[in-house]
Design a protein around this ligand. Structure first.
Ligand code: F6P
Length: 493
């Protein structure tokens, strides 16, 4: 099994004189002002959950947008600091964006155009020329910062996600034979019929094809990408090597299903701190129900939160005997709230919670508890531990690490996972999780009932199998496989 130690060793042996640089929009640690003090938080989201443990294991440099209101106060004169701030393991270099740049690049082109374009959840993408200009400008800003960091050394730049589609091209155009790039696209890649509406499709594809390696979570997204390239630009697809050659440059296309830091999560979930947090949360939120179901998401229209709430409403209509004994806890941080679709979603969720709670409430009991306050990572783990059931119901999701994290915390092999068939993680967990189609309210209600009434021995058998899968395909294996592919060393299982 791959561990922190084996990844560290592989990197030391294989990376040699190469500098390791990760580039992403979201920074792993954010500083902010709170009650007259400066505090820090680890950011939420798939990229940070996955890459923070990898970077802790192998040092290196992470370049990201400094978005906290106290970020500038905590860097040195080169805009760098050591993180995690309380136990330094690697370097974070913060990039500053103007409000105008953040609006156009992050809210605009990344999240109003590319995000809805890549997820099939029927939210229409918006394309604005001014957003595109900012997207280009910010990608160039990242390239300049990286080139300055690298100088004339050799570097392996590991680019994350859809915010950085032009970065590989800008790096390579600078004439850098000393830089190799791997790009991991953390969200789905749509089919060519969907992608073809993007007015900047050619630029996006050409940007990505400057990479030496381009990774997706599942083979299906690789196939979609290749089909898109075949339809949209002049390039040669090598089916044998599963690569694309454009202008004499080859980009390997590969699937690497991402995982979690299984060992760390499992160990943490057994700790005294978590036991105390569980007790604290029970008291704070008055949790003493026989059946606790949990949902944890960034508030995003791809996550299927209203669909999940409607299924719970239907479940209580069909099976009223669970009233008083069941609670659904939804945790979720607000996200991208300056975008109208996100604001509307937040309003819709608030209204639904209110309506469903009012409809089913009795004798001081309410079925839905929406936790709105910030939760520390140990508190998130404590919530996973409190839940007999975890429901993950995206309409479309590249992987979804909540499903894997929940499994990793179930050290006693109890708990049932209810999982949308439209997530990447369904490819690995579909035989043991209870599968749902979040668009099918009636069936979801019945699957919740199935989860609640599952025989204990059967639940245990399924959880054990899921734990084996999640522990084997952990985050260190994911990182090791990408490095092995790029640096051409033998990947030993
Ligand atoms: O997993 C997709 C992703 O966009 C990540 O890049 C990011 O970490 C996460 O979702 C959270 O989104 P945001 O950084 O926009 O809050």
């Amino acid at each position: 099994m791959w561990t922190k130690g084996s990844l560290k060793k592989a990197i030391e042996e294989q990376l040699g004189e190469y500098l390791l640089i990760v580039a992403s929009n979201r920074e792993p640690y954010i500083h902010m002002h709170k009650k007259g003090k400066i505090i820090f938080q680890r950011s939420a989201g798939g990229v940070v959950t996955a890459l923070d443990p990898v970077m802790k294991a192998c040092s290196g440099l992470w370049i990201a947008h400094g978005s906290g209101d106290a970020d500038k106060k905590t860097v040195d004169k080169h805009d760098r600091l050591q993180v995690p701030p309380d136990d330094p393991k690697y370097t974070l270099h913060r990039i500053w964006l103007t409000k105008e740049e953040e609006d156009g690049y992050y809210y605009g082109f990344s999240n109003e155009a590319l995000w809805p374009l890549s997820h099939i959840s029927y939210t229409r993408p918006h394309f604005e020329e001014t957003d595109w200009k900012m997207y280009e400008k910010v990608n160039r800003k990242f390239a300049d910062a990286i080139l300055k960091e690298v100088g004339d050394r050799k570097a392996f730049v590991w680019i994350q996600d859809y915010h950085m589609a032009l970065l590989p091209k800008f790096l390579k155009e600078a004439g850098c034979n000393n830089i190799i790039t791997a790009h991991f696209w953390h969200i789905p890649w749509p089919n060519p019929e969907v992608f073809r509406i993007c007015p900047k499709k050619k630029e996006i594809l050409e940007g990505l094809l400057a990479n030496d390696l381009l990774g997706f979570h599942i083979r299906y997204h690789c196939e979609n990408f290749i089909a898109t390239v075949e339809k949209e630009i002049e390039a040669r697809v090598d089916r044998e090597r599963f690569s694309i050659i454009k202008g004499g440059h080859e980009t390997l296309i590969r699937a690497f299903p991402i995982g979690v830091d299984y060992e760390y999560v499992a160990e943490l979930s057994e700790s005294k701190e978590i036991k105390e947090d569980m007790q604290g949360l029970k008291e704070e939120f008055l949790i003493n129900h026989d059946f606790v179901m949990l949902g944890l998401d960034r508030i995003d229209y791809t996550k299927g939160i209203p669909e999940r709430l409607r299924a719970i409403d239907r479940f209580l209509e069909k099976y009223p005997e669970y009233k008083g004994k069941f609670v659904f806890i939804q945790m979720g941080r607000l996200s991208r709230i300056h975008i109208p679709a996100y604001k509307d979603l937040n309003d819709e969720i608030n209204a639904l919670v209110e309506e469903i709670n009012w409809k089913h409430s009795q004798e001081g009991w309410q079925p839905i508890l929406f936790v709105r306050r910030h939760l520390s990572y140990p508190e998130v783990i404590a919530f996973y531990k409190l839940a007999n059931i975890c429901i993950v119901s995206p309409l479309h999701d590249g992987m979804n690490l909540v499903a894997k994290e929940y499994v990793a915390t179930r050290t006693d092999n109890t708990g049932v996972l209810v999982l949308s068939q439209f997530t990447g993680s369904a490819r690995e967990l579909q035989h043991e999780a209870i599968m749902i189609n979040p668009y099918d309210t009636e069936d979801c209600a019945d699957r919740i009932k199935e989860a609640i009434s599952m025989d204990k021995a059967e639940a245990k058998r399924r959880m054990q199998k899921m734990r084996e899968q999640v522990s084997r395909n952990n985050i260190y294996r994911w990182a090791g496989k990408i490095l092995a592919e790029l640096l051409r060393f033998e990947f030993k299982e």
